[in-house]
Design a binder for this molecule. Structure first.
Ligand code: GLN
Ligand code: ZN
Length: 759
């Protein structure tokens, strides 16, 4: 009999219960017992739910108070010295200090969890660390479930992925550490077996990355030791987020009881598995997409599973979502405002587990046992495919007409530069900001009042206008060269545009954890995207009317909208990106027609879109760059296009960033004290660039001298004629007092440098 399995369940709670409890706890308003009670209640509810849906391999230890990678680091006692940890186990204080910092002690860095929008902490491995079992969480939570009558399959982050996600101080090689961690893993398995566990899930998503050859041999010996840790416990080696490519045959032969493959992202893996899976190994097939919100094509999934069952017999089959459901909203039935038609096409975590259960029945009892469900799935799929809401012939026509000319500005950068210099006559080292100003409580309250109908349109517009005017006057007063309106009208840079576009839907409770207690509610792009009317033009136009200085308008770029949304799975990401690009292009040309001379198209999502495997990068970068160029090339040469990216690590995609051909690029640089500029010593960035001169992630006000120092550093690698002066990123999370002081110092620093240079 095939078995229904789940790899992980969303842990934040249907009403973000964990978020509120944690934030209350950090503020001292919630005591530790209350926090534990909330967490335990969520675990209990989620286990019971999974059981009621027919899942047999129910995960435990997938729950985390903050982050599962942090949990894995604390499990093995990888606590850096600066946290002053001296006890037997890692207590809550040290745990949260690693997550969030404590006073002067910096937290662990954050890094992206593979290609998802979830951010995990970066474990630090220091020389001399004494690895030992420092947390009993996996065993405790297994027992906790057992006491509720629920038998679970504990999940552990595998040693290979832990090593890969972590950072080594000094000359330690991460792979060589694994050897030292294995006794701890063995002990955990042994203890779990003792507590009654018969399976353990070892997650190794790192197998979907490019790996050095020795990684596989390290993994093989790890698997051998883990499988031998207890004869009562079996290991399911779990891979997801992509195909294993050339590593797949070796992974299938690992000495484990079962191997899980993501056959949503990489269906071609099935054939390899059918041929190469050794006799004694079970196959877990991830056939329900854990990364998206669409209903599964149950017919298609069943056909695939039937092939596996025909080859191996259903006894060797586990059926599961492709990956943990952490990246999915929880329950579609909890969406009062989505219309019935859309809902008919979708599935959240809850619904996806139902699908798993249906597929298991389909395999175990035959198609006829689930005929109704199959028919419903077929109908939903057909309805979706044929819905007029999906297809917009005008969008299709425009898409088909995109030609090379639409992907480039009229003249090359040097010519545009001259025209723009004449038009704007900016000083050397022009000063500007990234777009947003503080979203104060007052601003957020006003927006909420408007959204809930307590404020009239007029009242809200008047409020926004006065906020815009206030920030324009402030920028004039401190004498910035290029102004912004402050983005006061938008809560979120993707949602704001999505809400005004056709082809987008928004959920009410569709929260997905981003990191710690931070959750996002990604928009759903379900159909062809179009723009019924201009979106942001009147705000920029109003702001420009207040000042003779150039007003820079702010748009969110096509790749960032794509990356931060749930996207349709019935066409390529490229096609969706191109549709989004057309919309941004139209908005940009409308801004231009309204007299706006500078337009910033933000692309903080560009780098995160990079595929996990290097050999897929160039394809992605080609269409991503095309999408940006399509969005930005509708304007005249005299119109200055800016773009902004938040991250500092783009050494490896510098050429693509240059290929965007934005007139001005602003990037995060201050946090790493201009380290990224190293990349520019080898690669001569052709256009203007504003490396951030101060970090906006804290309230600290930078000194004038400090900013001058950074600018001087930047001038060593970038000709001063190309340099702009701006903060690292938008200022929406900051308060006005520090923003005023910081920007004043920034403007002063630029002036003082100009003076010393006699310009
Ligand atoms: N223009 C946006 C802002 O200033 C950019 C935000 C971002 O880079 N994430 O907030
Ligand atoms: Zn940014």
């Amino acid at each position: 009999m095939a078995v229904a399995a789940n790899l992980g369940f969303p842990r934040i709670g249907a009403r973000r219960n964990l978020k509120w409890a944690l934030e209350g706890y950090w503020k001292g308003a919630v005591d530790p017992e209350e926090l534990q009670a909330t967490a335990a209640d969520l675990r209990r509810r989620h286990w019971l739910l999974q059981k009621s849906l027919g899942i047999e391999h129910i995960p435990s230890n997938d729950f985390s108070l903050y982050d599962h990678v942090l949990d894995a680091a604390t499990l093995i006692g990888a606590v850096p010295k600066r946290f002053g940890w001296a006890s037997e186990t890692v207590g809550r204080a040290v745990y949260f200090a690693m997550a969030r910092g404590a006073g002067d002690i910096a937290p662990l860095d954050m890094t992206k969890w593979f290609d998802t929008n979830y951010h995990c902490l970066t474990p630090e491995f220091e020389p001399g660390m004494k690895y030992r079992l420092a947390s009993t969480k996996p065993i405790d939570q297994f027992r906790e479930a057992a006491s509720l009558g629920i038998h679970t399959r504990p999940v552990l982050l595998g040693p290979l992925s832990l090593a890969r996600l972590g950072r080594c101080k000094a000359k330690l090689k991460p792979w060589t550490l694994i050897e030292r961690w294995l006794p701890i893993y063995e002990e955990v398995l042994w203890r779990l077996a003792h507590a009654g566990a018969d399976w353990v899930q070892i997650d190794e998503p790192a197998l979907a990355l490019d790996l050095p050859p020795e990684a596989l041999s390290v993994l093989e010996s790890a698997c051998a030791r883990l499988s031998a840790a207890s004869d009562r416990i079996r290991v399911c080696l779990t891979t997801y987020f992509g195909g294993l490519a050339e590593n797949l045959p070796a992974v299938l032969k690992m000495p484990v009881a079962a191997v899980h493959l993501d056959v949503v992202r990489a269906p071609e893996q099935l054939d390899v598995a059918l041929n190469a899976l050794p006799q004694g190994t079970m196959l877990s097939l991830g056939v329900v997409d854990g990364r998206n919100v669409w209903r599964t094509d149950l017919d298609g999934a069943l056909t695939l599973l039937e092939r596996a069952a025909a080859r191996f017999g259903s006894d060797r089959l586990l059926i599961a979502p492709s990956c943990s459901l952490l990246h999915c909203p929880m329950d579609l039935d909890d969406e009062p405002s989505l219309d019935a038609e859309l809902k008919g096409w979708m599935a959240f975590a809850h619904q996806k587990l139902k699908e798993v259960a249906i597929l298991v029945r389909g395999i175990n009892e035959g198609r006829s046992a689930v005929a109704d469900s199959l028919a419903a799935s077929r109908k939903a799929l057909a309805d979706r495919a044929n819905s007029p809401r999906l297809h917009n012939p005008a969008v299709r026509r425009r898409l088909a007409m995109i030609d090379a000319d639409m992907l480039r500005r009229r003249s090359p950068y040097p010519q545009r530069r001259e025209l723009q210099r004449r038009r704007f006559s900016l000083p050397l080292l022009p000063t500007t900001t990234i777009g947003s100003f503080p979203q104060t409580l007052e601003v957020r309250k006003a927006r909420a009042a408007f959204k809930h109908g307590h404020w009239s349109v007029d009242r809200y517009e008047t409020f926004c206008r006065s906020e815009i005017e206030r920030s324009v006057r402030f920028q004039e007063e401190i004498d910035l060269d290029v102004l912004v309106h402050g983005e006061i009208e938008r809560a979120d840079m993707v949602e704001y545009f999505g809400e005004q576009l056709d082809g987008f839907a928004f959920t009410h409770n569709g929260w997905v954890q981003s990191f710690g207690t931070r959750c996002v509610k990604p928009p759903v792009i379900f159909g062809d995207v179009s723009r019924p009317q201009p979106i942001s033009v009147r705000w920029s136009q109003y702001a420009q009317s207040l000042t003779p200085r150039p007003m820079k308008a702010m748009l969110t770029g096509p790749i960032t909208i794509l990356q931060w949304s749930f996207v349709r799975n019935d066409q390529s990401r490229r096609d969706t990106a191109m549709q989004l690009a057309l919309v941004v292009r139209d908005e940009a040309t409308d801004l231009e027609a309204a007299g706006i001379g500078m337009i910033q198209i933000d692309e903080p999502g560009l780098r995160e879109g990079l595929p996990l495997r290097h050999d897929a990068w160039s394809d992605y970068l080609t269409w991503a760059v095309d999408a940006f160029r399509l969005a930005s090339s509708g304007v005249r040469d005299e119109t200055q296009i800016h773009t902004h990216m938040c991250y500092a690590e783009f050494h490896d995609i510098l050429e693509s960033i240059a290929a965007l051909d934005a007139d001005v690029l602003s990037i995060e640089a201050a946090r790493s004290n201009m380290e990224l500029l190293g990349a520019f010593s080898q690669f001569r960035y052709p256009n203007d660039i504003g490396p951030g001169v101060y970090d906006i992630h804290s309230a600290r006000v930078p000194e004038i001298e400090e900013i001058i120092g950074r600018l001087r550093k930047a001038m060593q690698t970038i000709p001063v004629e190309q340099l702009w002066v701006n903060p690292d990123c938008g200022l929406k999370t900051r308060g006005w007092p520090e923003v005023q002081a910081s920007l004043r110092n920034m403007a002063e620093a630029a002036k003082s440098l100009r003076r010393t240079m006699g310009r």
